[in-house]
Design a protein around this ligand. Structure first.
Ligand SMILES: [Cu+2]
Length: 307
C-alpha cells in the first residue's frame, strides 16, 4: 500500500498485515454502521402524524450475533497482534548492539568500539541490530517508520528495541515524544549499508581509545570498583563481574532479579536497593550524582564484556 512508508525491515510485512486488517475492517464497519443509520433515517421516517412507533422488545439471536461476532474478531486481532509483538520483543543474542542516548534535541549513537555519531545511525543490511536506549533529560521516543519500530527513551532507565534491515538505503529517524521547543527538529538518518561498507565504517574510527568498554575499565579502576568486584569469578566484598550479565541472581530477602542493564544501573546508583544474597549490606558507596549516563553506559558495557 502506497500510504505506508517503504518496508525496510523484517517486521514490515507482518506489521502491515495487522495494520491493514484493522484499518480496512474499521472502514467497512464504519460504512455499514453509519450507512445503515442514514438509510434507516429515510426508510423509517415518520410520514404522517398518525404514524405510531412500533412496539419493539428484543431479539436474542440478533443480540447474540452482534456481540459474538465482534468478540471473535477482536480476540483474533489481539492474538495476531500479540504474535507480531512477541517477535519484536524477543531479542536475538547475536545482534550488533548500539547505545543510543537521546537529549534535547539530538540522537547520539555509540558503537562498541567507541565510534560515535550524532543524528546518524549506520547499520549493516541483513543483520539483527539491538538499540539500547536512554535519555539525558526528558522522555524522547525513537521511531524508524520504515522499520516499523518505536521505543521510548526514558531518563534513568534503559529500554531497547531490535530490527533487521532488509534493504540498503537511507531512512528517517524521528523523535515521537514531544520533548520541548526543537522537538520537530530532532531528526536523524538511518543508513543501511552492505556488510563490507559497515566494516569499513567501523574501521575508520577516530574514537578507538575511548570505546565504552575501555572507558568502563578505566572507571572500574578509578572509582575503586576493583577493590570489591573481581573479574575472575572469585567474589570479594561484592559479587564478581565475571559471567554475571544476563544471569538470574537471588536477592537478599527473597526473589530473583535478572542482572540486565537496568539492574546494573540501579546497583551502581543505589546499591542498597537489591543486594545479592550472601553479600553484606551497606558496603558499597552510593554513586548517584557521581557518574553521568555515558559513564554508567561504559560500566555496563565493561561488565557485559566480562564473560
Ligand atoms: Cu525528543
Amino acid at each position: 500500500m502506497k500510504y505506508m512508508p517503504l518496508q525496510a525491515s523484517t517486521f514490515g510485512e507482518d506489521w502491515d498485515l495487522v495494520w491493514n486488517f484493522v484499518l480496512w475492517s474499521s472502514i467497512i464497519s464504519c460504512i455499514i454502521l453509519i450507512g445503515g443509520m442514514i438509510y434507516f433515517i429515510f426508510r423509517y421516517q415518520r410520514k404522517t402524524d398518525k404514524d405510531k412507533t412500533a412496539y419493539i422488545t428484543h431479539n436474542t439471536f440478533a443480540e447474540f450475533l452482534w456481540s459474538f461476532i465482534p468478540l471473535v474478531v477482536f480476540m483474533g486481532i489481539a492474538a495476531w497482534g500479540w504474535e507480531v509483538y512477541k517477535d519484536m520483543r524477543t531479542f536475538p543474542t547475536d545482534a550488533l548492539e548500539v547505545n543510543v542516548t537521546a537529549q534535547k534535541w539530538a540522537w547520539n549513537m555509540t558503537y562498541s568500539n567507541g565510534r560515535t555519531l550524532t543524528g546518524k545511525l549506520v547499520v549493516p543490511v541483513g543483520k539483527p541490530v539491538t538499540i539500547l536506549l536512554t535519555s539525558k533529560d526528558v522522555i524522547h521516543s525513537f521511531f524508524i517508520p520504515s522499520f516499523r519500530v518505536k521505543q521510548d527513551a526514558v531518563p534513568g532507565r534503559r529500554s531497547k528495541l531490535w530490527f533487521q534491515a532488509t534493504r540498503e538505503g537511507n531512512y528517517h529517524l524521528f523523535c515521537t515524544e514531544y520533548c520541548g521547543m526543537n522537538h520537530s527538529g530532532m531528526l536523524g538518518t538511518v543508513s543501511v549499508v552492505a556488510q563490507a561498507d559497515f566494516d569499513a565504517f567501523m574501521a575508520e574510527n577516530p574514537n578507538a581509545e575511548v570505546s565504552p568498554i575501555e572507558l568502563g575499565k578505566q572507571l572500574y579502576q578509578q572509582q575503586a570498583c576493583i577493590g570489591c568486584h573481581t573479574t575472575d569469578g572469585k567474589p570479594l566484598v561484592g559479587p564478581s563481574f565475571q559471567g554475571i550479565f544476563g544471569k538470574s541472581v537471588k536477592i537478599k530477602g527473597g526473589g530473583t532479579v535478572t542482572a540486565d542493564e537496568n539492574y546494573i544501573r540501579e546497583s551502581i546508583l543505589n546499591p542498597a536497593a537489591k543486594i545479592v544474597e550472601g553479600f553484606p549490606e551497606n558496603q558499597m558507596p552510593v554513586y548517584q550524582g557521581a557518574l553521568n549516563e555515558d559513564q554508567i553506559t561504559a560500566l555496563i558495557e565493561f561488565i557485559k564484556a566480562q564473560k
